[in-house]
Design a protein around this ligand. Structure first.
Ligand code: SAJ
Length: 426
């Protein structure tokens, strides 16, 4: 008899996780409160663009190893993969985790295992989930196993990363860590590192906070280089030649549902201001900084009509994910400024709904038509195929702001563009 796993939350993490457990011999009963998602999944339709996910889902549905439900199903193992967004006060919104824990508590039996995958502030597993699950008298870590195992996936190559990356499993007791490790050993090829629950929670936050602080360093250098007439990308490249230096890349801001969010879960635990908070503030300032730079370039244009064409608006290259996208904040600032016509071109987001969609153009020509300034905001690989030479002729002025060091200055200047780079005063 196959062990049953109930996965709560069938989104970016819950769905790939469900598929992999189903492929490795478990019977997975997925649960999501969104009936549209449940219906689509049971028809083999995946709502997120992730390579191979739909094919793998079809396989496990065919094998009757996965089915989605709108009610939580009884199982031996419960894995919580629900969102942990930020409140307006930049605190962790744990309402979805709380609801999930309450649902599990109503079905929990002795000997079961409960795993929190959602990225959470340190202490969540023991202090929030444990007491909810123990309300019926069962003791966490004794009558049932409880722990935290954070995911480490890169959107766009999730299935590969969930399998191959090392994994952290943290238990409220060592026996819980052992039990959770044995469950993930069914498909994880990377090393599985055991620890306690709160160490596991903080380790996950540190992974993304490290990147955020590092990106903030790059962005702060970009602002300095603008004033100093230096190219920050050259500085970073040269500094990174050192065997133990890895400065990240500057840009128009930090988006996504991880790096822009996770550091706040540490900040809320800190007693005083920190480099983590200062880094968040630097990165959150970059859309305004880019807006200022764009405005200064627009002021160079001879005619008073101003149109900006923005290439890319998802939160990072080659994905359709718009969450926390800094480019959307840049668009809002341009809109607020008034008397600037805005055209967005991003082939990844044409079937997404978002407030700034009204600026999205059908094709790239429409975006370039009559524009004074072109901003490369997201370095989607497909933009390398654009025929910038002929597109330039559609513009009323060919001023180009590259926020990602994505194009060759020499090449664009030979085409007749006035080429500028964010973080490059030269
Ligand atoms: N960014 C920069 N400069 C850089 C790198 C990124 O400005 O040098 C920006 C990107 O443009 C984007 C944002 O930061 O707006 C985040 O992009 P990302 O690719 O760095 O991060 P995510 O959110 O797609 O994925 C991260 C990854 N975490 C780490 O690399 C430590 C991923 O492995 C995690 O699993 C994921 O967060 C998560 O789910 O936590």
């Amino acid at each position: 008899m196959k062990e049953k796993i109930s996965v709560i939350g069938l989104g970016y993490i819950g769905l790939p996780t469900s598929v992999l457990f189903a492929k490795s011999g478990y019977e997975v009963l997925g649960y999501d409160s969104n009936t549209e998602i449940v219906d689509a999944l049971n028809k083999g339709k995946v709502m997120i663009k992730e390579p191979f996910l739909e094919e793998e889902l079809a396989e496990v549905i065919e094998a009757k190893a996965f089915k989605a439900y709108t009610e939580l199903q009884e199982a031996q193992i419960y894995i919580i993969c629900v969102p942990t967004p930020l409140t307006d006060e930049k605190k962790a919104d744990m309402s979805f985790v709380r609801q999930a824990a309450e649902a599990v508590a109503s079905l929990l039996k002795a000997g079961d295992t409960v795993i929190l995958e959602s990225t959470s502030p340190p202490g969540t597993t023991e202090e929030l989930i444990g007491p909810i699950l123990s309300k019926g008298g069962l003791k966490a870590g004794e009558d049932f196993f409880l722990g935290h195992s954070p995911e480490r996936v890169l959107p766009g190559c999730m299935l590969k990363e969930i399998v191959e990356n090392d994994r952290i499993v943290g238990g409220v007791k060592p026996a819980s860590a052992d039990r959770i490790r044995s469950i993930y050993e069914s498909f994880v090829k990377g090393e599985i590192h055991k620890t306690d629950a709160r160490t596991a929670e903080l380790s996950k936050l540190v992974e993304n906070t490290y990147r955020d602080v590092n990106i903030a360093l790059a962005n702060e250098l970009a602002i300095l280089c603008e004033d100093e007439g230096i190219d920050v990308f050259e500085v970073v490249e040269l500094a990174n030649n050192h065997p133990r230096v890895h400065v990240h890349m500057p840009g128009p801001g930090v988006g996504g549902h991880c790096i822009a969010i996770d550091p706040w879960f540490i900040i809320e635990k800190q007693k005083k201001s920190s480099v983590i908070l200062a880094s968040r503030q630097v990165n959150d300032h970059m859309p305004a900084y880019t807006f200022k730079k764009a405005k200064s370039l627009l002021a160079l244009s001879e005619n008073n009509k101003a149109k900006i064409a923005i290439l890319g608006c998802s939160y990072k290259p080659n994905v359709d994910d718009l969450r926390e996208s800094p480019v959307l904040e840049l668009v809002d600032l341009l809109e607020k400024e008034g008397n600037i016509e805005i055209a967005l071109f991003d082939p990844y987001v044409i079937d997404k709904e978002f407030p700034q969609k009204k600026y999205l153009t059908e094709n790239v020509e429409e975006a370039f038509e009559d524009a004074n300034l072109l901003v490369l905001a997201v370095h989607h690989e497909v933009f390398k195929e654009l025929d910038l030479e002929s597109l330039k002729d559609l513009m009323s002025e060919a001023i180009f702001l590259d926020t990602r060091n994505f194009f060759e200055r020499k090449l664009l200047e030979e085409m007749g563009y006035e080429y500028y780079k964010l973080g490059c005063g030269a």
